[in-house]
Design a protein around this ligand. Structure first.
Ligand code: SOE
Length: 399
């Protein structure tokens, strides 16, 4: 049965701009969401856009997009596009997102929202205006949609650990330990905005704010670049590509270590690094409350550790909850209880939540305003680092 057979049922036609690693993950999301969830609209993977005609045509065929194109401006202006999904490097997020919002499209934009606070503000303003016209704008902080992370948020909101007193969050990767790893776009400030701080630190800032329901109100931190020059990357993108002659300067941080104070006054420690030898995608977050604690590890993403301080003393200890029951967020649409999910499922849940928000006329989280909030924290960490790690209050900042 097609959408046309169902009176009143909409078809949402998606254009994805970019087709690297995140493009692959988002393609899986758009493909799987209508197959797994009972969505209130049909989804059509209409067109994928890239600069190289051959490469984008290959990506379209591989991931199941109906068409490919090389000019995002033309695509964003098309009448037959409803959702623009932006998976390009950060230096083009603002221009594409604002153009898409002004053209009447709903927008999904990869994290971090932008490369600067000024860009993020312009994007949040454009999203605010578009919201009045019924458009939705969401940021791709996909880890919020790992069932165990959503469940952690729910448990904290229900008071399962009492008052939050401390947070420990870290995102540790090691793909830059090799000094011969080339100077990819993620290592260039003008393309990526910042390094480990914005790429993976943004995730743990967002996750902390999401699970605790509190904003980061002040930060003090230090960022550092361990390998200052790297081999230039020739043609190609990402980490693949041909070698070129010579070395270029790394203009972003490799490591960011910072302390945050939440609205309530609770302390939070953060570490974002691409130099954690042996750690591949090691995101951990532990929230300690006066009645208990919750801990999540991305490398064991189907579980949540729960400590209940109100249990009898001789039975206390961290309990491993398998977040694979039908009662857990998102899980019932997948497999019978006890069957695990992985990295890609967050992208499926993200597509589902956006489609549902568009049809219901409600804002899926995180909004562009939330993305702007994270951007301000990133900028505050850099400001702190540049000033001997002074405390920078978020509400005291002009931008
Ligand atoms: C690279 O460090 C990266 O791909 C991030 O950009 C993603 O947001 C994260 O999901 C995995 O690591």
């Amino acid at each position: 049965m097609t959408a046309d057979d169902l009176p009143g049922r909409a078809t949402l036609r998606v254009a994805m701009i970019g087709h690297g690693f995140m493009g692959a993950a988002h393609s899986v999301g758009w493909r799987q969401a209508p197959a797994v969830f009972d969505l209130p609209a049909d989804v059509e993977m209409t067109v994928v856009v890239g600069r190289n005609a051959d490469a984008v045509a290959e990506a379209a065929a591989h991931w199941g997009w109906a068409e490919s194109a090389t000019d995002w401006r033309e695509v964003v202006a098309r009448d037959d596009i409803d959702i623009v999904d932006i998976v390009t490097p950060g230096d083009s997020h603002a221009e594409i997102a604002i153009a898409a919002l002004e053209a009447g499209k709903h927008v999904l934009c990869e994290k971090p929202l932008a490369n600067t606070v000024a860009e993020a503000e312009a994007m949040a303003d454009a999203a605010g205006r578009a919201r009045g016209r019924g458009q939705r704008a969401v940021v791709g902080f996909t880890y919020r949609r790992v069932p165990a992370v959503t469940f952690m948020r729910d448990l904290i909101a229900q008071g399962a650990i009492g008052t939050v007193q401390q947070v420990r969050a870290a995102y540790r990767q090691d793909w830059l330990v090799d000094p011969q790893m080339p100077l990819a776009w993620r290592l260039q400030k003008e393309r990526a905005g910042s390094g480990a701080l914005g790429d993976i630190g943004a995730h743990i800032i967002d996750m902390t704010q999401f699970v605790t329901g509190q904003s980061v109100a002040a930060v003090s931190g230090t960022v550092d670049t361990i390998v200052k020059e790297r081999p230039l990357l020739g043609s190609g993108s990402g980490l693949a590509g041909t070698a070129a002659e010579g070395y270029g300067e790394v203009t972003v941080d490799d490591v960011a270590v910072f302390t945050g104070r939440l609205e309530s006054g609770a302390l939070a420690s953060f570490e974002a690094t691409r130099f954690a030898t042996g750690r591949k995608n090691g995101l951990t977050i532990e929230v300690s409350g006066d009645q208990g604690a919750l801990a999540f590890e991305l490398e064991d993403l189907n579980t949540l550790q729960f400590y209940d301080r109100t249990a009898p003393g001789d039975r206390q200890g961290f309990t491993k909850i398998l977040v694979t029951e039908g009662a857990h967020p998102y899980v019932s649409a997948w497999w019978p209880a006890g069957h695990m999910l992985g990295y890609e499922h967050g992208f499926v849940h993200q597509a589902k939540d956006l489609v549902e928000g568009i049809i219901a006329g409600t804002d899926p989280h995180p909004t562009f305003a939330d993305g702007l909030g994270v951007q301000r924290v990133l900028a505050a960490v850099e400001e702190s680092s540049a000033n001997d790690s002074i405390w920078v209050r978020l509400d005291a900042r002009a931008t």
